[in-house]
Design a protein around this ligand. Structure first.
Ligand code: MLT
Length: 407
């Protein structure tokens, strides 16, 4: 008899964004004449930067010739991209990350989901609440939690992110081993200062814990005083892994390219306390289960760091941030308390009513898709998230419609 992994039965019926997509499809079917504007899932809408397209085309042409054709590439990514990342994302900010500490992958979602395989089943996990659902669901699948009751899984430590702490959680009073942090935050858009990250690094050092730092939205930081990387904090190389992505930065959500930084000093421990290199374990996993991102995609990602690429990516991000400002202004004018949208493409809005109810109201009355905050956890109840990822015209029209519906 084939038995199933019963941990899967503890999961919520479907993934948040699949759930939303189903509701939107049902609405569209019964209202075919109402054009929908999507400000829900953080999916980019603007085309890839021309510099990336050019590099992509050239690499495809290389694949058409005997002399330049390439088969399997290195699982960890081509040196040209790892070197470009080390130089432009890290050395440029005074951070030392070696190219061989960078693992190129097909997405931060996959990497933040897969990384937990390296740790024992009894690892004590801390996640923010609200939280990007992938961090939680993958640990549920792996059997690190109990049942789901009242919006939470037994066995997880939830780090509450509320208006009172400006959505930046304090270190927990109980010891935990693996800590998920995301700044700029998805979904709240909150950012953490150097001092706040230093407290977390200190906590991890004291507790021999590891921080999984999701920096997928770092390119949206506009405030120069804020850290872009956890490695700006002294000591972080020993206790933190960082995830980055080309998805939101350069429009690669459909093209797929991301990276994970695992410094060689990062250690995990055996039950008897022997230190083990996380870099070696991740390399072992990556080479066994992954065959690398395609060559043309890596060439397209490398082009992000060309002079034209940098200008074009900056323009894309500026465009989305102009949208975020529109969302902030319009929701503030309607009298809603909000966070985010200043160093982040997400605006987190306190609705004062049930999140799904508010989501349905905006969908039905304005034909605009948002994301209900409760889908991100118990602390998200009473909030919605509005994403700045759409064209300026759509965001402006979407906010006009929302204003009319809520006025
Ligand atoms: C989101 O909307 O939260 C993101 O698009 C999800 C993701 O990046 O997987």
């Amino acid at each position: 008899m084939i038995t199933v992994n019963e941990n899967y039965l503890k999961l919520q019926a479907s993934y948040l964004f699949s759930d939303i997509a189903k509701r939107v499809a049902a609405f569209q079917e019964s209202n075919p004449d109402k054009p929908i504007i999507k400000l829900g899932i953080g999916d980019v809408t603007e085309p890839l930067p021309p510099a990336c397209i050019q590099a992509f085309h050239a690499a495809v042409d290389e694949m058409a010739n005997d002399a330049s054709f390439r088969g399997y590439g290195p699982e960890q990514g081509y040196d040209f991209l790892r070197e470009a990342v080390a130089l432009n994302e890290y050395a440029a900010r005074g951070i030392t990350i070696q190219p061989d500490e960078i693992f190129i992958s097909d997405g931060a979602k996959c990497d933040t989901g897969n990384i937990q395989e390296l740790f024992s089943t009894d690892t004590r996990i801390a996640v923010p609440d609200p939280v990007y659902p992938v961090y939680v669901d993958t640990n549920v699948m792996a059997g690190r939690t109990g049942a789901f009751t009242d919006g939470r899984y037994a066995g997880l430590t939830y780090l509450e992110c509320t208006a009172e702490n400006h959505y930046v959680p304090d270190t927990p009073s109980e010891p935990v081993d693996l800590i998920y942090l995301c700044f700029p935050n998805n979904p709240t858009g909150a950012t953490a200062t150097r001092e706040q990250l230093a407290e977390w690094v200190n906590y991890a050092q004291q507790n021999k814990a590891l921080i999984l730092f999701d920096a997928a939205y770092e390119a949206f930081i506009t405030d120069d005083s804020l850290p872009h990387s956890i490695y700006e904090i002294e000591g972080a190389r020993e206790v933190a892994i960082e995830f980055r992505s080309f998805s939101k930065t350069a429009g690669f959500t459909g093209t797929r390219c991301a990276l994970t930084v695992v410094p060689k000093e990062c250690k995990g421990y055996t039950a008897s306390g022997d230190a083990q290199s996380i870099h070696a374990l991740w390399n072992r996993r990556h080479t066994t289960k992954f065959n690398g991102v395609s060559y043309p995609v890596q060439r397209a990602a490398e082009a992000v760091y060309s002079r034209n690429g940098q200008e074009q990516v900056r323009a894309l991000i500026d465009g989305y941030m102009t949208n975020a400002a529109v969302i902030r202004d319009r929701m503030s004018a309607l009298g809603y308390d909000l966070a985010g949208g200043e160093n982040s493409p997400y605006v987190w809005i306190r609705t004062g009513t049930d999140s799904w109810e508010f989501f349905d109201r905006i969908l039905n009355d304005a034909s605009v898709v948002t994301t209900p905050g409760s889908g991100f956890g118990a602390c998200g109840q009473g909030y919605i998230r509005i994403s700045a990822f759409n064209s300026h015209a759509n965001v402006t029209e979407g906010m006009d419609r929302i204003s009319a519906a809520l006025a």
